[in-house]
Design a protein around this ligand. Structure first.
Ligand SMILES: [Zn+2]
Length: 483
């Protein structure tokens, strides 16, 4: 009896929770959580979630495999050349100035609507929250999300989860979409490399906070109302100082500017210097090897990167495992911050390379009332995520580069496309018609043949010599007698 009363009280408490009437979604990003970090076997809770919900072995992110371009792709469904966040910084050739993290970086095109804005624009009582999501601290269409926590690495991870749940349970303005960001294992991955014990420690911490999030949802009776997507923006690969390339030694000082960070740098030659600098960098690339130099038009189209006015005149991209001179500054910072001495073989982590490299791949998994259970989906594209969010939130998507059919099997209620069934029905009907036509033609031919035999036999009977004319021509000879 006591347990029944307790259960009823618990249910009543759950009902009293003010949550949104709209579908609810939390998107959790672990920066630089490589798709194969699960094989380190230090994330049992995430692995369990993966089995219970839907997951892909990896997703295909966008080039450059950097944080801001990929987080903005997740939020907008657009390739870098379309949303204009071409790196963690860029050089504005009109204003003649380099931008790092800024309002301008995220506002190449004012008509682009990130998912947290689209959710709020899609109907009454839809409220979005952003817990440090890269790029969300700036207004879009003149507005911030209803709930916003700006980037602050000092904010405790469990506090982040509690805050997000408070937004979802806010009695007046309950959030139905929350973007939740964690800056690890990126930070420690850069400082110690992806194979380090420090990365393992971060993975364990992320696994624990994921467990906490789902336990809190369960405890609050929200597991059957809240969809949770766990994903990352890119992977990470090992680089040692012995593989740092200083291409500036090949150039004349004060003839160019550089924007962005390894392994893909924007080189902006001073006026009239483009041909010389391109030629010198090409020579350097042939001498030293391990990096490519592109003029704007030569950048591979498959990167979906070059068709944007923010693309620099010259772009240099290191091969996997290599980086440029800017890394000397970065490793100095890491050694000071974490108190270690940099050696030639010290391992660091870098990402931003070609998005076809397995080491740059992020992961994806999802669980919730609108997500299919025990389901594995084929690897899809980061640009497709936007359509998945829109489908879960039940809102109309805006312009995007994704393909809905790549992700639709993840959703509950999807039982396969009607196209194969239609093809089978139409094919079956066509085959039946063909068989009927063949049978009719064969019957007609048999009748005709039988008629000819009868006619020939009758003619031969009447005219005992071998009848050499065609039976059709001679048939009239029989007519008077038969008539
Ligand atoms: Zn990142």
């Amino acid at each position: 009896m006591f347990f029944i009363i307790l259960h009823l009280l618990f249910m009543l408490f759950s009902l009293l929770h003010a949550i949104s009437d709209h579908p609810i979604l939390i998107v959790v990003s672990f920066d630089a959580f490589r798709y194969d970090y699960f094989s380190k076997k230090v994330t049992p809770n995430l692995s369990k979630l993966k089995e219970r919900g839907s997951y892909a072995d990896y997703i295909n992110n966008v080039f450059p495999t950097k944080t801001f371009p990929n987080h903005h792709t997740i939020a907008t469904g657009l390739y870098a050349e379309n949303h204009g966040v071409l790196g963690n910084g860029f050089y504005d050739s009109v204003k003649k100035v380099s931008f790092k993290l800024s309002y301008e970086l995220f506002h190449y095109d004012e008509t682009i609507i990130p998912i947290w804005r689209l959710n709020e624009m899609s109907g009454r009582d839809r409220f979005s929250g952003s817990m440090m999501w890269p790029g969300s601290a700036y207004e879009y269409q003149g507005k911030l999300p209803t709930y916003l926590q700006k980037f602050d690495t000092d904010l405790n991870w469990y506090k982040r989860v509690d805050t997000v749940l408070n937004w979802i349970e806010n009695p007046k303005r309950p959030a139905n979409l929350v973007m939740l960001y964690f800056e690890e294992p990126d930070t420690h991955g850069h400082a110690f490399g992806p194979k380090s014990k420090e990365v393992v420690e971060m993975l364990q911490r992320l696994d624990n906070v994921s467990y906490y999030l789902h336990e809190q949802l369960k405890r609050k009776g929200l597991s059957n109302r809240v969809n949770v997507i766990h994903l990352s923006d890119h992977g990470m690969t090992t680089v040692t100082p012995s593989n740092f390339i200083d291409f500036t030694k090949y150039l004349r000082p004060n003839t160019y500017q550089i924007a962005c960070t390894s392994p893909a740098l924007h080189v902006i030659p001073n006026f009239g210097m483009e041909e010389e600098i391109y030629g010198l960098l090409k020579n350097a690339s042939e001498d030293i090897g391990h990096f490519a130099v592109y003029q704007k038009s030569e950048i591979p189209s498959r990167w979906r990167f070059k068709n944007n006015p923010r693309v620099p005149p010259i772009y240099v991209v290191a091969d996997e495992g290599y980086a440029f001179q800017d890394m000397y500054e970065s490793v100095k910072y890491y050694s000071a911050r974490y108190g270690f001495k940099v050696r030639n073989d010290s391992e660091f982590g870098v990402h931003g390379y070609d998005n076809q490299l397995p080491s740059m791949r992020p992961f994806f998994m999802a669980i919730g009332p609108q997500i299919k259970a025990n389901h594995k989906v084929a690897p899809f594209n980061t640009v497709d995520l936007f359509t998945l969010f829109c489908a879960i939130l039940n809102i109309k998507s805006t312009r995007h580069d994704g393909v809905y059919s790549n992700i639709e099997t993840i959703l509950v209620g999807y039982h396969g496309s009607m196209v194969p069934i239609i093809v089978i029905i139409v094919g079956g009907v066509a085959l039946a018609l063909l068989l009927i036509i063949c049978a009719a033609v064969a019957t007609l031919l048999i009748i005709k043949r039988q008629q000819n035999i009868t006619t020939t036999a009758a003619l031969n009977k009447r005219f005992p010599q071998n009848f050499t004319h065609s039976t059709i021509e001679a048939q009239h000879l029989l007519e008077p007698e038969d008539a």
